[in-house]
Structures are given as structure tokens and as C-alpha cells.
Design a protein around this ligand. Structure first.
Ligand code: CUA
Length: 338
């Protein structure tokens, strides 16, 4: 999949995207794109209407009510309650309508549908590294199937980047030290621009790539083609051994660390009270800075792995932990609440 990306030398190198025209807006290629554009155009229309109305009235009144003689003095106006109410109530409902509509689109954009397929993305100066659940890796390209919700779990190796797919109308910052997620459902097979939308250093403008939307069957074929590498979960399992995590998180009753089987997505009781849901962010924090939230009943003896594992390895470790579907209550299991 890589070689055809090499730029041909000289004149007329083949354009990777066919730009027959210069469109004002990028193509709509996700289920979200139409919703975002609709509210955008509505707000532009409302703003343009009132701007023109007000500017027009200023000019009209300036001419209509101009002073015609030196001794012409205007009549004092004592206001009109009806008028005041009208220009308060009508804009109020327009603004609340925009707010309600905007909030709905916002929530739709940020609430990931259940069953979305997960893909890991790591941003670093100056490239996007992608790994699919099957193990397939790519750089500055993202292959996804059409018609399926896709959730990107994104981290940064260095500075703040921003993952932006204009044709999907989705963008999210990629921040060092935490995970950010972004979801979309592509509708139309094709190749779309991928940009870094946060200034991140000298070659920020070169931190670009493309998103390739394929028919689901083609995507499956693409996944099985190409160089095979271990799935993130399998690599994570090896790391779990090589980093010696396994010596404390043995999973039996005498274990010095909590049993991690089935922990993902469940509530964990913490030392000193309080609970936390073991999501990706919590697992990440517990690896890089274990003292931040210690599981109740265990001594705070785990060393921090900050700087010892890369963002990619963290994602692989987490993929491994997510794959451990343990029975709910095993001896030595961390206390879990319903
Ligand atoms: Cu990465 Cu700009």
C-alpha cells in the first residue's frame, strides 16, 4: 500500500486528490458532515439576514430622516413597549434554537455509538501512526470501512497535535499525557485529506495524510493483505511479561497487585475511598503514575513507568488489559462494584 505514495519526480506529479474545482466546502463524506453543515448554514443565514437588515436600515434612516433645515429639531420619542418586547423575544427564541440545535449536534459528535470499531492513533513530530485492532499498521494513512462507526483512541508522543478530517467535519486535539477520542461514520468510499490542525513545530504543515474509506469487504481484504504484525493486544501481552508486570499482577490470591482480568470498564474502589471506572485514561494513568489512584487493599508499591514505555506501547498494554475478560469475582480480584 505504500509504494504508490512516493512522489514522482518532476512536472505533473500525479495529484493524490482530484480537485476538478475549487469547492467552498469539502465534500460531505460522513454521517456527521450533513448535520454540521446544516447548523453552520443556518447560523450564517441568520447572521447575514440581520447584518443586512441593520446595515440597510441605518442607511435608509440616515437618508429618510436627514436634517433638511438648520432649525429642524427632532421630536422626542418615548419608546414602544411592543417594539421592545419584539426585539427581545424574537432574538431570544432564535438564539435558544441555535443553542438547542448546536447542543444536539455537539452531543452526537461526542457520544460514541456502542459497538464502534477502535483504532489507535499516535501523533508525533511529524507523523500520524495508526494501528488497527488486527495489528495492521500505517503511517499518515488511515483505512476505514464505510458505514461503520469508528472510534479513534488518540495519544501524543510529544506536543499537542490535532487530528482533522475536513470531509468528515470532525477534529480533535491529540494531547500528550492523556487520551482523546474522536468518532465518525464514513459514508462514501474515497480518499480524503487528513491534516494536523494544531501548530506543532517546524514541519507542522507537512503532518498531513489521507483517510481512505473502503467498502467493508475491501477493508477486510486490505486488513488481511499487507505485512502482518501482532495485534496490539498480543504485543501488549508480551510487554506485560517483558516489563515484569506479570510478576505482581499474577491474578492469584497471593498477588501483590490487583488481578486485572475483566477490570476494563468496571468500577474500581480506591484507597481512601472513592471509586473510578477503569477506562483507557485510568489504565494509562495507573501505568505511568500508579500512585495517583491506588486500588483499595493493595500497597502503593508499583513503580511509575513514565518515560519507560512509549505511547504506542501504552496503547498496546491497554489493548491487552481490555482483552482480558476475566470472571467477575476471582480470588484476589480487585473489588468491583456493579
Ligand atoms: Cu502535528 Cu501540527
Amino acid at each position: 500500500m505504500g509504494p504508490q505514495r512516493a512522489t514522482k519526480p518532476g512536472f505533473g506529479a500525479e495529484p493524490r486528490l482530484k480537485m476538478h474545482t475549487f469547492p467552498l466546502l469539502p465534500q460531505q463524506a460522513s454521517v456527521q458532515a450533513g448535520q454540521v453543515d446544516a447548523i453552520f448554514f443556518f447560523m450564517v443565514a441568520v447572521t447575514a439576514f440581520f447584518s443586512l437588515l441593520i446595515a440597510g436600515l441605518i442607511v435608509f434612516f440616515a437618508i429618510r430622516y436627514r436634517r433638511r433645515h438648520d432649525d429642524e429639531i427632532g421630536v422626542a420619542i418615548h419608546g414602544s413597549l411592543v417594539l421592545e418586547l419584539m426585539w427581545t423575544i424574537i432574538p431570544f427564541f432564535i438564539a435558544m434554537g441555535m443553542f438547542g440545535w448546536g447542543a444536539k449536534v455537539f452531543f452526537d459528535l461526542y457520544r460514541v455509538p456502542a459497538g464502534a470499531m477502535e483504532i489507535f492513533v499516535v501523533g508525533k513530530q511529524w507523523m500520524w501512526k495508526v494501528q488497527h485492532a488486527s495489528g495492521q499498521r500505517e503511517i499518515n494513512e488511515l483505512h476505514v470501512p464505510a458505514g461503520r462507526p469508528v472510534r479513534l483512541i488518540m495519544g501524543s508522543e510529544d506536543v499537542i497535535h490535532s487530528f482533522y478530517i475536513p470531509a468528515f467535519r470532525v477534529k480533535a486535539d491529540v494531547i500528550p499525557g492523556r487520551y482523546n477520542t474522536l468518532w465518525f461514520q464514513a459514508t462514501t468510499p474515497g480518499r480524503y485529506h487528513l491534516f494536523c490542525a494544531e501548530y506543532c513545530g517546524t514541519k507542522h504543515s507537512g503532518m498531513i495524510g489521507s483517510v481512505v474509506v473502503m467498502e467493508p469487504t475491501e477493508y477486510q481484504a486490505w486488513l488481511s493483505g499487507g505485512p502482518t504484525s501482532d495485534s496490539p493486544a498480543a504485543t501488549g501481552e508480551k510487554l506485560f511479561t517483558s516489563l515484569a508486570c506479570v510478576t505482581c499482577h499474577t491474578g492469584d490470591a497471593a498477588s501483590r497487585g490487583p488481578n486485572l482480568a475483566g477490570v476494563f470498564g468496571h468500577e474500581v474502589e480506591l484507597q481512601g475511598g472513592g471509586k473510578v471506572v477503569a477506562d483507557e485514561a485510568y489504565l494509562r494513568e495507573s501505568i505511568v503514575n500508579p500512585q495517583a489512584k491506588v486500588v483499595a487493599g493493595f500497597p502503593p508499591i508499583m513503580p511509575p513507568f513514565q518515560g519507560m514505555v512509549s505511547e504506542e506501547q501504552l496503547l498496546q498494554l491497554i489493548a491487552y488489559l481490555k482483552s482480558l475478560k476475566g470472571p467477575a469475582a476471582r480470588p484476589g480480584a480487585p473489588p468491583q462494584q456493579k
